[in-house]
Design a protein around this ligand. Structure first.
Ligand code: GLN
Length: 388
């Protein structure tokens, strides 16, 4: 057989998605890959049922159905404090996964450098490799996951083309403060760098923390490519609806990349999702309250068991410290956890550039009963997993 592409040699399959398969294999409560087990809002499902009988079965416009872009522009203009043009400043994509990939291919040339904070969502590593770019990792230091400005400026001095900013952050739950974002903005300006954001958890932020859109920082609209999705906000991860919002010149190119990658996001699903994009502020308040309850319930349970963990400011992930078990491989620990305790987790090493193998990630985007079941199982973790 001829050899396969060199491009793909640099990464494995997604460990997050692999852990879902392992959880299923052992019948574990799957708290690995972050997706809800509760239903999306009823209004969306009702509209979806109607849409099947309407005329939405062929391609939508490649960069997104007109009414979807209009509803999205209205919602995001309100939030981002700027009037977004639905016709020139948006591309609708197949999830933010495609949005990020299309953004990377839009701004980078092979060999360009891209700053990635570590820990990071594992797709960013693969995104840089697939687009031929080279990541420069900048550590976020626990327990607050703050960056050091000297580290960051040293990375900027290497003349990166872009910085990837996940805010609120997966997996560490950090919500960047305005001052931190301003520091990044000043450096992006000084070194003439794009900022590609991943803001899929924009509506999952816990009091007293506040999410600031990077594009809303003065002067940053021109250099920000904002990526997000409807997956987390409306509990529809399987619908694969995401988007890029950026200046017209960027979107012109992103549209072409997107067109040749996927042609377009699913037309009937875009139509049904318009219902969600038109929800009022109450929906987002309720979502925040719901996730706050889940976070508090789950953290209390972990505290009762006596496991050391992070406290997320946003998003729905917790990093648990498993040092006491003495495992050298967190991947192996996660397999044992799924098999013997019956809880699916993601090994922390898949998020860190640094040599970290004492953390695992759990998420709490689940029904309360699922979370209680996971906590019941975790209660026996010290009996079921022998220390090494
Ligand atoms: N963002 C989710 C996570 O980190 C999963 C996303 C995905 O698998 N596409 O688990």
């Amino acid at each position: 057989m001829p050899t396969l592409s060199k491009r793909t040699e640099g990464f494995t399959d997604s460990v997050i998605r692999r852990m879902t398969r392992i959880s299923n294999q052992y019948g574990a409560v799957n708290l690995s890959q972050g997706f809800p087990d509760f239903e999306p809002p009823r209004e969306l499902l009702q509209r979806l049922a109607e849409v099947t009988k309407e005329d939405f079965h062929q391609y939508s416009i490649t960069w997104g159905a007109q009414n979807f872009r209009e509803a999205l522009a209205q919602k995001q203009s309100r939030l981002m404090g700027r009037t977004i043009d639905p016709n020139g400043e948006i591309v609708v994509t197949c999830g933010s996964t495609e949005a990020m990939m299309a953004a990377m291919m839009t701004v980078t040339n092979p060999g360009d450098k891209v700053i990635v904070f570590s820990p990071f969502y594992e797709n960013y590593g693969a995104d840089t490799i697939l687009s031929g770019a080279e990541p420069i990792y900048v550590p976020l230091y626990p327990p607050e996951f703050n960056f050091n400005i000297d580290d960051l400026e040293a990375a900027f001095r290497q003349k990166p083309k872009a910085l990837i900013l996940c805010n609120p952050s997966n997996p560490c739950g950090k919500v960047f403060t305005y001052d931190e974002l301003k520091t990044i903005a000043d450096l992006a300006e000084k070194y003439d760098t794009f900022v590609i954001t991943d803001e899929v958890y924009e509506h999952i932020v816990y009091e007293p923390y506040k999410h600031t859109y990077f594009a809303s920082i003065p002067g940053m609209w021109e250099r920000t490519i904002s990526c997000s999705s409807l997956s987390k906000t409306y509990s529809i991860t399987g619908w694969r609806l995401g988007y890029i919002i950026a200046p017209k010149e960027v979107i012109e190119v992103a549209k072409k990349v997107h067109d040749f990658l996927t042609v377009g996001a699913a037309a009937p699903l875009q139509e049904a999702a318009v219902t969600g994009l038109r929800f009022g502020d109450d929906y987002y308040k309720d979502l925040q309250a719901k996730y706050t309850e889940k976070r508090d319930l789950f953290l209390r349970g972990l505290d009762d068991i006596g496991i050391v963990h992070t406290v997320p400011q946003g998003a729905y992930y917790i990093l648990l410290d498993i040092s006491e078990f003495g495992y050298e491989s967190d991947l192996e620990f996660c397999e044992v956890l799924a098999r013997d305790v019956g809880v699916g987790a993601v090994p922390g090493s898949s998020f860190f550039r640094e040599d970290v193998n004492h953390l695992i990630r759990l998420h709490f985007a689940k029904k309360n009963e699922t979370l209680y079941e996971a906590l019941n199982r975790l209660e026996h973790i010290r009996n079921k997993i022998a220390k090494r």
